[in-house]
Design a protein around this ligand. Structure first.
Ligand code: ADP
Length: 606
């Protein structure tokens, strides 16, 4: 089995970025001898080395930028952005800035704050170098006059390069197909790469070693009932039965998971698997490593947005039309098209259009990357696909107050932490369903709460959370608070010390077996050992459970219940698997499992 190190994966992503640029028909990198961009023909800078600093996601991004008269020759970055995500984004932006000799670069999806910080720091440095900032901000594509349309033929064509799309690409290839994947953002990964990464599966080996009893039937019942019995029983069954085989498949591709399972927020049971690599980078790196090894057969076009499905006179989907930065792209697929465009969590208009459950979603932030705009649902609906359960929009009570993202969350699994409101009182069973917790949070003052943990969650200051952020760094950035006593912690966060103490005492009694005031049943350690920590959280839009109706074989169904030939869908773009509420840890099980099935079915679809 091949072990993928983070460095190797990063290098591969970089290779990929350059390769993708070439695939997408962008300019090849300049060399000092042959300046190629229009900007490089005239004097642009005062040669020298300049510094620029700006705020990234985790503190300052400092760039040391070297320029000659015509172009940027070197950029060295000093930063503490998220490992495996923000740092990859910066490496890709450095490559693009040098290649394009420009500030007119697209933000990397899933790493918006890191990208913005990078561009602001680069702008500061280039300003010092005497650069014409307005001119440098013009995107390379906008300066090009000649557009070139292209027509591409393949066997399986996939729209969207997130978890489901890339799983489908690998699986389709393993089943003998030539594949093209298009992705509208400059980088692959979608919501999957920024996800918390937990993957639910009944796993005899890991669970029995931890003394955890579980069964496929239990996973089925919790998923089905946890979604208020609105999920399609057949699809739920496919999900729970194929989740563990999908973990084994990922492992066969080189992905590594930790030896122990845990209960991710809203999972209801300890069957959540955690990858070794941070966030969802493990999934994406695993698929990209495979794809990079089979470049002749699997082509990825980034910055290429699908607009419309093409249907033959017989009603079969034969391809799609897309818009690339160089012109229109027509993709013909002889075996099948797979829609894997993700959900619509970042499309406020669509959220408002379908929201029936929440008081309002208009001003609520999201954990999603900005490409999660529901395009696949809209395209499928135009050709009469059945769209189901669009009102089922999931919020989490765990958003960062500033960004809505999940990063900065100090909980380490469900069992060892409590939530208190601005008065210092608990208000909900913190092991409950996600919708139950979020609704309870929305009833608290400012819809805001504090997560409280102790040394059991962070034995040392450099222990990291699920986002690879050390607790010390979060405290330093003012995103978490640390104290030796609960009184002091309460004072720092502005809640009533007596209330906080009572809340913690009552929780500790429940750990000892007393009946919990809120009916909580998931416990492990008491909160009784200094240092104590607190972190603020607010509601955030996380997952859209509605979407395209599919069969167990991931075939898309039309409004009359008939299969649309040649069309498949997988991942968050589909609807009706999770019902009214998705269990924590079931999304990555869904995305990877159904992506894998879609790839196989499409490849075999003569
Ligand atoms: P899933 O978890 O279902 O795989 P993700 O959000 O991880 O969903 O990935 C979906 C991907 O699809 C994202 O990278 C997103 O940018 C991409 N995408 C969305 N709409 C389009 C489109 N119209 N054309 C090409 N790619 C798209």
């Amino acid at each position: 089995m091949k072990k993928i190190t983070r460095k190797l994966a990063t290098a591969l992503l970089l290779v990929m970025a350059v390769t993708l640029s070439a695939c997408a028909g962008k300019d090849t990198p300049d060399t000092p001898e042959t300046p190629q961009t229009p900007a490089a023909e005239e004097k642009m800078f005062n040669p020298g080395t300049y510094e620029g600093v700006a705020k990234g996601f985790h503190g300052d991004i400092k760039l040391t930028v070297t320029v000659d008269e015509f172009k940027i020759t070197e950029i060295v970055a000093d930063h503490t952005e998220t490992e495996g995500l923000g740092d990859n984004a910066i490496e890709q932006l450095i490559a693009s800035a040098k290649e394009k000799n420009s500030l007119g670069l697209d933000l990397m999806s899933g790493a918006t704050y890191s990208s913005e910080g990078f561009l602001a720091a680069l702008e500061a440095a280039l300003l010092k170098a005497g650069g014409d900032i307005e001119k440098l901000k013009v995107k390379a594509d906008e300066t090009e006059t000649e557009k070139e349309d292209s027509v591409l033929d393949t066997e399986v064509a996939i729209i969207g390069a997130g978890g489901a799309g890339l799983a489908a690409a690998v699986s389709a290839h393993q089943n003998g197909a030539k594949v093209i994947v298009i992705e509208k953002m400059p980088n692959v990964g979608g919501n999957t790469i920024i996800s918390g990464s937990a993957f639910n599966a009944v796993d005899e080996k890991r669970q029995s070693a931890q003394g955890i009893e579980d069964s496929i039937e239990k996973h089925y019942t919790q998923t089905y009932e946890g979604g208020d019995k609105q999920g399609d029983p057949e699809l739920v069954r496919v999900l729970v039965e194929n989740a563990y085989p999908t973990i084994e498949w990922l492992e066969s591709l080189g992905m590594e998971f930790k030896d122990t399972v845990f209960t991710v927020l809203g999972a209801l049971w300890p069957r959540s698997h955690k990858p070794i690599e941070p966030l969802g980078t493990g999934y994406i790196n695993t698929y990209m490593n495979y794809i990079n090894e089979h470049k002749d057969d699997i082509q990825i076009l980034t910055e290429t947005e699908a607009k419309e499905l093409v249907v033959s006179a017989e009603g079969r989907v034969t391809g799609f039309l897309a818009e690339g930065n160089k012109g229109k792209v027509t993709v013909n697929a002889s075996k099948g098209v797979i829609i894997a465009t993700g959900g619509f969590g970042a499309n406020v208009e669509m959220r408002d259009q379908y929201n029936k459950i929440w008081p309002t979603l208009t001003d609520i932030k999201t954990t999603n990357h900005k490409g999660a705009t529901g395009d696949g649902i809209i395209m499928a609906e135009k050709i009469d696909a059945s769209i189901v359960q669009m009102e089922n929009i999931q919020l989490l009570p765990m958003g960062d107050p500033e960004t809505g993202s999940l990063s900065g969350n100090i909980e380490q699994g469900v069992e060892n932490r409590i939530f208190v409101n601005n008065k210092g009182n608990r208000f909900v069973d913190e092991g409950a369903r996600r919708d139950v917790m979020t609704k309870a949070l929305m009833q608290q003052e400012n819809s805001s709460m504090w997560v409280i943990v102790d040394q059991h969650s962070y034995p040392t200051g450099d222990t990291v959370n699920n986002f690879n952020e050390s607790i010390d760094s979060l405290v330093e950035q003012g995103r978490a608070f640390k104290a030796d006593t609960l009184e002091d912690l309460a004072k720092q966060i502005g809640v009533e010390p007596e209330n906080l103490k009572k809340s913690v005492e009552a929780f500790n009694d429940s750990v000892d077996g007393a009946k919990d005031e809120f009916g909580r049943t998931l416990f492990m350690e008491k909160i009784d050992t200094a240092p104590f920590y607190a972190g603020a959280r607010v509601p955030t839009v996380h997952h859209t459970m509605g979407g395209i109706k599919i069969t167990a074989e991931t075939r898309v169904v039309d409004k009359n219940g008939k299969i649309i030939e040649g069309l498949f869908a997988a991942g968050e773009v589909t609807g009706g698997i999770h019902g009214a509420n998705r269990l924590g840890g079931n999304a990555l099980a869904d995305v990877n499992t159904f992506g894998r099935i879609a790839g196989e079915k499409a490849a075999k679809n003569e």
